[in-house]
Design a binder for this molecule. Sequence first.
Ligand code: CA2
Length: 146
Amino acid sequence: MTSVLVLNGPNLNLLGTRRPEVYGTTTLADVDRLCRDTAAGLGLDLDFRQTNHEGVLIDWIHEAGDVRDVLGVVLNAGAYTHTSVALHDAIEAVEVPVVEVHISNVHRREVFRHHSYVSAVAAGIVVGFGVEGYALAIRGLPGLAR
Ligand code: CA2
């Protein structure tokens, strides 16, 4: 079955437990359910993951590039978005479309969050729609698919 890979980077395991004024009260388990339901509605399988480690995110992007039945990747790389040339290079190296997602509107926040190493190699970007952005990204993937 064709699947969507949703990847979450550092500290997103804390979602819903701290800083609700920025990130809301929805937990990562809730986001997993939202993504699963959205994908199921499109007839797609879902693989939802989170890691606090940069290299693990990179390995998962390579894996998505190697597996033909992965339609695309929805990536919230957390703070690695703003720091990781390695993540940029990994996305550039694979053919699978990657949609960058941020829960918050990073452009309304600190200046260091305004630059993304992911955006230049992303197939699409969804920013500032809260966790609903994950569902929007999944719905957009079939139109971007390889
Ligand atoms: O808005 C987003 O989705 C971010 O990718 C979230 C990252 C942040 O570094 C990016 O600039 C924007 C942070 C994720 C950490 O989430 C937390 C959740 C609860 C408590 C603390 C951190």
